[in-house]
Ligand binder design. Structure first.
Ligand SMILES: [Fe+2]
Length: 323
């Protein structure tokens, strides 16, 4: 079967972001942000959010770009949330008051946050910064906000309804038969988990520490691999994951000037995300070239291969469906 390669390609310049993707999207510190749905809708609360590749992959890929000192308010997920930093410096903070701990991440860093804990993030660089967010499962469900976020958002007219739809009271009324979602009570906050900064650090892999994690693909000696999540099999070698989370997807980074993976067939969906360089991806009998911030998704059962073709060292994230 011939695929239409364009339906699998998400060039960054073609993505259409939501500017008010979530309930806190009109608040200071959250208003200067764009949310992208690259594979699947993710957890966007904007019913008009454009989704570039809608097919179920077993995971969702989204992205956020934010101006300096902007980002997301405190919220919790029911499935995995893994951040891949593409540019700038980002501060992640957590706990129902946002004061339990923090980590600061830079380009090439990866962090997997546990479910059932409140987390927020902000771009602490001077300029716009961009990161990719991978969420677990075909349907990552809905996110839960701290009571403060819901209350502060209401002052800007933004209200989540009990069916999780988002409305702007400046533009529309609450439809008949629906009502505003009540913020969580203080007592409900006890159901959420707590982590120290040291505990979260176990789920973080920094580019500056990459020598601790890089493994060479002995067969071709041109590939440096960091395997973050789930076991990776490549050129008859297996790589163990460095982050002990069961997210339902695999995540690895392939780096090198001549980095490449020879043809292989897989029954699973697999997404390739370019961090640096230029990558030629062959999928069955078609070729595509992706650059920084572009994504290509190889469909189930396709025969695929990748190679770095720029004069520089390139890096490519691989997100693999597991289930
Ligand atoms: Fe999130």
């Amino acid at each position: 079967m011939t695929i239409d390669i364009n339906t699998r390609l998400a060039r960054f310049e073609d993505l259409i972001p939501s500017k008010v993707p979530f309930v806190e999207g009109k608040l200071k510190g959250h208003q200067d942000r764009s949310n992208y749905s690259i594979v699947g809708p993710g957890v966007s609360e904007d019913s008009k959010q454009n989704v570039k590749i809608a097919e179920a992959h077993g995971f969702n890929i989204g992205a956020v770009s934010a101006a300096s000192m902007n980002g997301s308010g405190l919220h919790s997920h029911t499935t995995a949330e893994v951040f891949l930093i593409f540019s700038g410096s980002w501060r992640f903070y957590w706990g129902s008051d946002g004061k339990e701990g923090e980590v600061i991440l830079h380009k090439g860093d990866v962090a997997s946050f546990p479910t059932n804990m409140f987390r927020g993030f902000q771009n602490i660089s001077d300029d716009e910064a961009y990161m990719v967010v991978v969420l677990g499962e075909n349907d990552p469900g809905v996110i839960t906000w701290t009571p403060k976020v819901i209350k502060d958002a209401k002052d800007t007219g933004m209200v989540l309804l009990n069916d999780n739809s988002l409305i702007d009271l400046d533009k529309q009324k609450i439809p008949e038969g629906k009502k505003a979602l009540e913020p969580l009570h203080e007592n409900d906050l006890h159901q959420f988990d707590h982590y120290t900064s040291d505990e979260i650090e176990k789920f973080v892999i920094r580019s500056s520490d990459s020598q601790r994690y890089i493994e060479d693909d002995e067969h071709f000696n041109s590939n440096s691999i960091i395997n973050y999540l789930d076991e990776l099999s490549l050129h008859e070698k297996t790589f163990k994951p460095h982050i002990p989370h069961h997210t339902g997807f695999g995540l690895s980074l392939l780096t090198g000037k001549d980095a490449h993976i020879h043809s292989y067939q897989s029954k699973k969906s697999e997404a390739f995300l370019c961090l640096d360089g230029k990558w030629e991806i062959t999928c069955d009998d078609q070729k595509v070239i992706i650059g920084p911030r572009d994504t290509f998704s190889a469909p189930k059962n396709s025969i695929r291969s990748v190679k770095q073709i720029s004069d520089e060292v390139g890096s490519l994230f691989l997100v693999r469906q597991k289930n």
